[in-house]
Design a protein. Structure first.
Length: 214
């Protein structure tokens, strides 16, 4: 969906996306910057590159989400709503009834998410809860960005979710080593997409996750 050649400035320009959607993404970007003066949503060092570093980075996961069998996306440790507010805005014109679920412990961040969901008229639920204490959850996709290490995400997916199709998450420069390490204890299928915003990172889709039994 996103052509890395267009990421030359920090202005939002996504191909095949309406002017209205671009406007909402710009509005969301500005909302983060305004709220960031009071609560820690993104690193101060990334404010000037927010659209490339955060909006584009979130938008690239759309290729894993815009599928016929995906109707519910659960975001863990949601923070500012990256990537799922971006996905919600992009999916509005693609699939009616697409639903977002957010888990964010912070009171202030949860309130920010509620404001964004209302502002952009997204179908979503925000839970100000500790995901580790939740049980028997059901979703199509578990997604997270800068939340917890991969082994912990795998534990959450298998212990706290009763049913899910796959996990979408980001891996940094040590991603290959991390995948090798977890493969000693876990069996899974993986699709990997090179990040369009960082040469050292990738976005992965994990499916058929099962723990290896000794």
């Amino acid at each position: 969906m996103i052509d890395s050649k267009i990421i030359k400035t920090d202005k939002i320009h996504l191909p095949n996306v309406s002017r209205e959607t671009h406007g909402e993404l710009e509005d969301y970007s500005q909302s983060i910057l305004i709220a960031n003066k009071k609560i820690n949503l993104i690193s101060l060092s990334t404010e000037k590159s927010i659209n490339t570093r955060h909006i584009y980075d979130s938008a690239q996961t759309i290729d894993f989400i815009n599928k016929n069998d995906i109707n519910v996306c659960t975001d863990l440790g949601s923070g500012a709503g990256l990537p799922s507010i971006v996905l919600g805005i992009l999916m509005k014109s693609k699939k009616q009834g697409f639903k977002l679920i957010f888990y964010e412990k912070s009171y202030h961040k949860s309130n920010f998410l509620k404001e964004m969901v209302k502002k952009f008229k997204l179908e979503a639920r925000i839970y100000q809860k500790n995901i580790f204490e939740e049980k028997n959850l059901v979703t199509d996709v578990i997604i997270c960005r800068a939340f917890k290490p991969l082994p912990i995400i795998f534990d959450i997916a298998t212990k706290n979710f009763k049913n899910f199709k796959y996990i979408v998450m980001y891996l940094g420069k040590s991603g290959k080593k991390i995948l090798e390490d977890v493969s000693t204890k876990w069996k899974f299928d993986i699709e990997e997409m090179k990040s369009l915003t960082s040469e050292e990172s990738s976005v992965v889709k994990i499916s058929n996750l099962k723990k290896k039994y000794e």
